[in-house]
Design a protein around this ligand. Structure first.
Ligand code: PRX
Length: 661
């Protein structure tokens, strides 16, 4: 494939340049007309009901949507199902031997798991969990690496109707503990360790630290993955293989109401405390399955689909586990990272499994751009049909690079905007229909109603920017925050709703503009949430972790623009008493944040300063720190109580280099 140099990218990139679906693609695409969008716009409930009808229901619903008590929605009211019957059982008769997952381990070890095998494994673990006393409604925490037993664990919980709460394997012991305690999980499923970038992460050791202070946990199930010695606590810890060895491969599925909870997933918000986003069964699965099928132009009989996310995040829940399995498709499940053992690992996998759809984050694409085109060029990527991105805005240069070097100029790029809270994609191209513009997520999907509004909630005419909102309920929307209805209303439904006139509008927390043709261009978060490599991290959470260190008096954290990771965490710290801001303390503070939250939250840079810029009422002016971090002309400093301090910080910041990892 032709080398795409920086100059060529610039020449190719032109804001007005558009990419209609290529003729060859359209010829084979399932949806090629915008009729579906019109139909869904005219009758959204009819559209969603038709989609829900593709799932396996034990009892059909009586009412599609109950919005009589907003913002608490109920979808497919009265419907009964168990999502695992849609994801597994119904495929067995005609497709039992079809591959559900091609597992590719980090060290090159592989496993091929058919739908029948997956079903059996889920049943065995389901029975094992039942033997530990897990029943409908009990919460089960899951803290594992990317191994086949991870989707098995999610599905086994779903089989029993026990809401799972997956905690990303990169989170610290403290984060795991807080998430377990917030929902009083009864059981934890974990691994001895996980493999990452050539080394072993000792998950069980982190779990043990967390478990020192988790009174609700009765049992711990430990999968043997890395094989290193781990201490097992008598009476509490059980080996996974021992738990499932004598279990039956049939496990009756609990009958769930459409609105029963399927899972919780904690996500960072504007306060220091992560919130437990609640998803329910019927609507969530409808959202995942529909969008997965439409956005990837899925042909389950022929496709090998690969989402490179981790199941610890919502992308993995919706587009590695629930959506793909409901659609009966074959997926790749990859344990490792793009650079191990070499920088062509992803392309090696695409070639090896003849991957047809690839779904990754812009940050990965930008990293690969830095590595150069020789890595993808070594491999045959001609099996790819649709390539997607998620998690953060994709800059047009990265889009063009991806389209050309990975998609061979023939694969539509689907830039999908959504959130943990939305459960499924909301704004995205339909690859056989939508003319693409690099950097734009294009239009709301069928059955999704979005708008861009100003401060007072009025729709901004095309061509203008403002706040992104969703104006109608959708099936996969979060139902509440675990144990905190008030925060649910406050966070998402207060800013632009007008309950007195019956107007309920969901505020996503993102800025967006629409161009004259109505294309949506996402502008990033408008709250105190950072997006680092597609991961949501709250500035307050990092600040709390920093001030928790005995040497730190005060801390302010901002997300600074970064060419690879989207944003990088920039911290400003004042120290207590005689502590000195030297390299040793800097390293210690970064490690401290990693211990408190996880490595992903480590500040890239820390500036030590005797004072932070504050208003007269004592509020830290983060906006100015962002200007300093991004080396911009300083904004208005007139409201500051200590204006000269900003100049001093700007001088100090000049000498600070970002950490490399
Ligand atoms: O700011 C938006 C950004 O990621 C946030 C949601 O993060 P999370 O709940 O962790 O879910 C990530 C995976 C769905 C959003 O509020 N975001 C996500 N996708 C895009 C995006 N920003 C721009 N373009 C996208 N395609």
């Amino acid at each position: 494939m032709a080398e795409l140099s920086e100059q060529t990218i610039e020449a190719l990139f032109d804001e007005s340049r558009t990419f209609p679906p290529p003729e060859e693609f359209r010829a084979g695409a399932t949806v090629t007309s915008d009729e579906i969008l019109r139909r869904a716009e005219e009758d959204p409930e009819g559209f969603w009901a038709e989609e829900a009808g593709r799932l396996a229901w034990r009892r059909k619903w009586d009412q599609v949507l109950d919005w009589s008590n907003p913002p608490f929605a109920k979808w497919f009211v009265g419907g009964k199902l168990n999502v695992t019957e849609s994801c597994l059982d119904r495929h067995l008769e005609s497709n039992g031997d079809k591959v559900a997952y091609y597992f590719e381990g980090e060290e090159g070890d592989t496993r091929t798991i058919t739908y029948r095998e997956l079903h059996a494994e889920v049943c065995r673990l389901g029975n094992g969990l039942r033997s530990l006393g897990v029943k409908k409604g009990d919460r089960v925490a899951i803290y594992m690496g990317m191994v086949p037993e991870l989707p098995v664990a999610l599905l086994a919980c779903a089989r029993l109707g026990a809401p799972h709460s997956v905690v990303f394997g990169g989170f610290s012991a403290d984060s795991l503990r807080d998430r377990i305690n917030d929902c009083d999980a009864k059981v934890l499923i974990t691994c001895d360790g996980s493999r990452r970038n050539g080394s072993v992460v000792n998950l069980k050791a982190f779990a043990d630290q967390a478990l020192a202070d988790t009174p609700s946990i009765e049992s711990v199930v430990v999968l043997r993955r890395t094989g290193h010695d781990v201490p097992m606590v008598e009476g509490r810890d059980r080996w996974y293989h021992e738990l499932v060895s004598d279990q039956s491969t049939e496990c009756p599925a609990e009958e769930m109401d459409s609105e029963d909870i399927l899972y919780l997933l904690y996500s960072s918000g504007t306060t220091g405390k992560p919130k437990g986003v609640v998803h329910t069964c019927g609507g969530y699965l409808t959202g995942c399955a529909t969008t997965h099928r439409l956005v990837f132009d899925l042909k389950p009989e022929a496709d090998v689909y690969w989402c490179g996310a981790d199941i610890g995040w919502v992308t993995g829940h919706s587009y590695i586990v629930y959506g793909p399995l409901a659609n009966g498709c074959t997926s790749v499940l990859f344990e490792g990272v793009p650079q191990y053992p070499d920088k062509d690992r992803f392309w090696d996998i695409v070639e090896k499994y003849k991957v047809t759809q690839l779904y990754i984050a812009p940050t990965t694409i930008r990293t690969m751009m830095k590595w150069g085109t020789e890595y993808p060029a070594k491999h045959d990527l001609s099996s790819l049909r649709v390539i997607g991105t998620v998690g953060e805005p994709i800059n047009p240069e990265a889009w063009i690079w991806y389209h050309h070097n990975i998609g061979g100029d023939r694969c539509p790029v689907v830039d999908t905007w959504w959130q943990t809270e939305t459960g499924a994609m909301m704004i995205s191209p339909l690859p056989g229909v939508t003319t693409l513009k690099p950097g734009s997520a294009t239009f709301p999907l069928p059955g999704v109603f979005a708008d861009v509004v100003d401060e007072s909630g009025n729709s901004v005419p095309l061509g203008g920017g403002g706040y992104l909102v969703l104006t109608r309920p959708w099936p996969s929307m979060l139902r509440t925050l675990w144990g905190d209805d008030e925060r649910f209303i406050e966070t998402y439904w207060t800013r632009f709703s007008d309950p007195s006139s019956g107007k309920w509008v969901y505020f996503a927390g993102d800025g967006a503009k629409r161009d004259k043709e109505g294309y949506y261009w996402l502008l990033g978060r408008v709250d105190d949430v950072m997006n680092v490599s597609g991961h949501r991290i709250s500035t307050l959470e990092v600040e709390s972790a920093l001030v928790d260190h005995p040497a730190v008096a005060e801390a302010a954290v901002v997300g600074r623009a970064d060419p690879t990771t989207g944003q990088a965490i920039a911290a400003f710290v004042t120290l207590r008493g005689t502590a000195t801001g030297d390299d040793a303390l800097l390293a210690e503070l970064r490690q401290h944040v990693a211990d408190k939250i996880g490595k992903i939250a480590r500040p890239a840079s820390i500036v030590f300063t005797p004072e932070l810029p504050k208003t007269r009422s004592g509020k830290i002016m983060r906006r100015l720190l962002k200007d300093v971090s991004e080396q911009r002309q300083l904004g208005d400093v007139t409201t500051l109580a200590n204006a000269d301090v900003v100049q001093d910080i700007a001088e100090r910041a000049k000498g600070v280099r970002a950490a490399e990892d």
